[in-house]
Design a protein around this ligand. Structure first.
Ligand SMILES: [Zn+2]
Ligand SMILES: [Zn+2]
Length: 318
C-alpha cells in the first residue's frame, strides 16, 4: 500500500479527493455511499474533523474534485477506503491489534458496519483467531466483532478468550478500561462462561479416576495413584492452588505432557476375570483425558453472543 501514490481519475463524474493527514486519496462518491456518515460529511463538509477545502473550488466548466480533509491515521483510513472500494489487492490478509482497535473506531464513526461485515469476518477475524494471540489482542478482536455486529465472531472470540484467563474478567483492568462500546455486563457474562469452563475442566480431570475407581483392586488403585501423581507433578490436580492459577489452555498444555499409561491388570489379585477392572484393560488415560478436556468447550455455556448483551435474555446461552 503506497500512501504517497498520486491520485488518478477513478470516476470522471464522481471523484472526490480526501486529504488524510496531508496525504491525498482519490475516492469515488459511489463507494463512499457504503458509509452513510462519510457520504453525508462529504456532501455537507461541516464536521470539525472533515471539512471541504476552500481554495480549490471547482471551476464551472471543468471537473476538479474538491478536497475533503480528515484527521485520521492514514494507514487505517486507507485500509477503510480500500474496503469501501472493493480493492481487495491493496488490503492486508491479517490485521494487527492496533489496526483492529482503530478500525473498530472508524466503524462506529463512519457507520460502515455493513461494508466491513463480510470482510471483517472472513478475512480478519477467523484467520486472526488461529494465531497465538495475547489475551489483550483477543479482547481487541472481541470489540471488533462487537462493533461489526458479527454474531458468529462474538461466539468464536468469547470462546477463545475464556480459555486464556484464570482470573475473573470483572477484575481485569485492561478489559475494564477497554470496553469501547461494549456494555459492562460483558465482564459478568464472561465470568459466568469461565466458571462453567472451570467446572467442566475439573470434571474432565477427574473422569479418569471416577472411571477406574469402581475397581478397588491393587492394579486399579495403583493406576489411579500414578495418574494423580502425574496431575500433581504437572500442576493440574484439582483443588490445588497450582491448578486454580492455570488457564484452560495451560491445563490442556500440561495434560498433553502426561505420559500415556495403558491399563493392564497384572496386579489385580481379585481373581482376574471376576474383577470389574477387566472391563478397562487397554484403557488409555491420556487419550481419555484429552478427549474429555476437548469436550469442555462443546457447550453453549462457555460462549456468548450479541443477544447475550441485549435487553432480553438470550435463549442459546443462559
Ligand atoms: Zn482388578
Ligand atoms: Zn447468547
Amino acid at each position: 500500500m503506497n500512501l504517497a501514490t498520486p491520485p488518478v481519475e477513478v470516476d470522471s463524474k464522481g471523484d472526490l479527493v480526501i486529504i488524510c493527514s496531508g496525504i491525498p486519496l482519490l475516492v469515488t462518491k459511489s463507494a463512499l455511499s457504503l458509509s452513510p456518515r462519510l457520504y453525508e460529511l462529504c456532501a455537507i463538509g461541516n464536521d470539525s474533523s472533515l471539512r471541504r477545502g476552500e481554495a480549490q473550488s471547482p471551476q464551472p466548466t471543468q471537473h476538479v474534485p474538491t478536497p475533503i480533509y480528515v484527521a485520521e491515521e492514514p494507514y487505517i483510513f486507507l485500509l477503510f477506503l480500500n474496503v469501501l472500494h472493493h480493492n481487495t489487492n491493496a488490503r492486508p490478509r491479517s490485521l494487527d491489534a492496533v489496526a483492529w482497535t482503530s478500525l473498530s473506531a472508524l466503524v462506529d464513526k463512519y457507520i460502515c458496519r455493513v461494508a466491513l461485515l463480510d470482510e471483517g469476518r472472513r478475512e480478519w477475524l477467523q484467520p486472526s483467531l488461529q494465531h497465538g494471540l495475547k489475551a489483550e489482542d483477543v479482547w481487541r478482536l472481541l470489540r471488533f466483532a462487537y462493533n461489526l455486529g458479527l454474531q458468529e465472531g462474538m461466539s468464536g472470540v468469547s470462546r477463545t478468550i475464556v480459555q486464556m484467563r484464570s482470573e475473573p474478567f470483572t477484575t481485569w483492568d485492561f478489559a475494564k478500561n477497554n470496553l469501547g462500546d461494549m456494555p459492562r455486563a460483558i465482564l459478568d457474562h464472561l465470568d459466568r462462561c469461565q466458571g462453567v469452563l472451570f467446572s467442566r475442566t475439573i470434571q474432565a480431570l477427574s473422569s479418569v479416576t471416577t472411571t477406574m475407581a469402581v475397581s478397588r483392586c491393587a492394579s486399579a488403585q495403583a493406576y489411579i495413584g500414578k495418574y494423580i501423581q502425574e496431575l500433581a507433578a504437572k500442576g493440574i490436580l484439582p483443588e490445588t492452588r497450582a491448578f486454580r492459577e492455570k488457564t484452560y489452555l495451560q491445563v490442556v498444555g500440561e495434560a498433553r505432557r502426561i505420559p500415556e499409561e495403558i491399563y493392564i491388570n497384572s496386579k489385580c489379585g481379585r481373581n482376574g476375570p471376576e474383577c470389574e477392572c477387566v472391563k478397562h484393560i487397554g484403557f488409555a488415560q491420556k487419550q481419555h483425558l484429552l478427549r474429555q478436556l476437548a469436550r469442555c468447550l462443546d457447550t453453549n455455556n462457555v460462549v456468548l453472543c450479541l443477544r447475550c448483551l441485549g435487553d432480553t435474555e438470550c435463549e442459546a446461552h443462559r
